[in-house]
Structure formats: structure tokens, C-alpha cells
Design a protein around this ligand. Structure first.
Ligand SMILES: [Zn+2]
Length: 180
């Protein structure tokens, strides 16, 4: 059981050709592991249309609309829901996860200043930063205010650190950055 291989890739997206996957593999992914066609496509690196076509050609039964609705309701209850912050559903309102996190932080009464440079909300836009870089871990202990500039800088440092391109040492509020 293995994921299908890309056979050919031309200059444009639609000139990609894929081998037909093992029927067993696709049934396992789609029905046993309960992945959506979109999720399978993301893992394989193809488009959702390919997966739907494979399902048809291998005559695998697709999920009914009712089953899809049931699956969505199950996945969207609890921590899988973008509006799930700190153990409860955040108030409904516009915006995605970032807005929801901002509202949760504001409601918690944390002083609205950037945790890095100390700029206040009157002078700069503040964003909710996930300390562990996991956007799904939206508990208040994992959130802090960062201004736009510091947030971008933090993400930049984090990316370079993950790529093992720099060393970071923190001494109190002083950060020593050594580029490798
Ligand atoms: Zn800042």
C-alpha cells in the first residue's frame, strides 16, 4: 500500500499525469482513515479532482452528503474548531482564528502592549501570537500580544532557527542572535 506516483509534469498544472493508486490504499485513506478527498490530495500533492476521479475509476463508493455533514459536525466540535479558544467556543463574530484569539486575549484583561518592544495598542496594531507556534493550541497560556513588526520578526527568527541557520540566547530581556 503506497501513495500514487507522479508520472509526468509539464509546464502547466493540468499536464500532470498520475498513476492510478492501489485500490486498497485509496479505500484505506478515504474510508478507514476517514480522510476527505481534499486531505488526500494535500498529502499526495495532487489536486482534489484527481482523487475524485480515482474514486470513480476504481468504483469506490463516495461518502453521501449526509455522511459528509456528519463528519464535518464531528470534526468541528471541540478543539478542531477554529473558534475553540481556551476550552470554550469564542463569541461568534467576523474573522478567523487570529481574530478569535485576539478577542480572547482582550477579554482576559492582559495589558494590551507588545510583549517584546512594549509598544501600546494606541500606537501600533497588536496581534495574538502563539508561543509554541501551533495555531491550533489556542489556550490563553499560549497566547501573547506582539506588535506587527515584532510578530513578523519572531516568525522570521523562528523559521531560520528551524532551518538551523542561527543560534539564540536569551539573557533577561536581551536576545543574542548568532547567524551561522
Ligand atoms: Zn513589538
Amino acid at each position: 500500500m503506497k501513495a500514487p506516483k507522479k508520472l509526468y509534469e509539464g509546464k502547466y498544472r493540468y499536464t500532470r499525469q498520475w498513476e492510478l493508486p492501489d485500490r486498497e490504499w485509496l479505500v484505506d485513506q478515504y474510508h478507514t482513515q476517514d480522510q476527505s478527498a481534499d486531505q488526500i490530495a494535500a498529502v499526495v500533492g495532487c489536486r482534489q479532482n484527481h482523487v475524485l476521479r480515482w474514486l470513480g475509476r476504481l468504483s469506490i463508493s463516495t461518502k453521501s452528503k449526509a455522511a459528509q455533514g456528519e463528519r464535518h459536525a464531528r470534526l468541528m466540535s471541540g478543539p478542531g474548531n477554529p473558534a475553540w479558544v481556551d476550552g470554550y467556543y469564542a463569541e461568534l463574530g467576523s474573522g478567523g482564528r487570529s481574530r478569535v484569539c485576539q478577542r480572547a486575549l482582550r477579554r482576559s484583561g492582559v495589558l494590551e502592549v507588545c510583549c517584546w518592544c512594549g509598544v501600546s495598542v494606541e500606537d501600533e496594531r497588536l496581534e495574538a501570537h502563539h508561543k509554541d507556534h501551533n495555531p491550533k493550541n489556542s489556550v490563553l497560556a499560549n497566547l501573547q500580544w506582539l506588535c506587527v513588526t515584532c510578530h513578523r520578526f519572531e516568525s522570521y527568527l523562528w523559521r531560520l532557527w528551524k532551518q538551523d541557520k542561527l543560534d539564540l540566547q536569551c539573557e533577561g530581556r536581551t536576545m543574542v542572535i548568532n547567524f551561522k
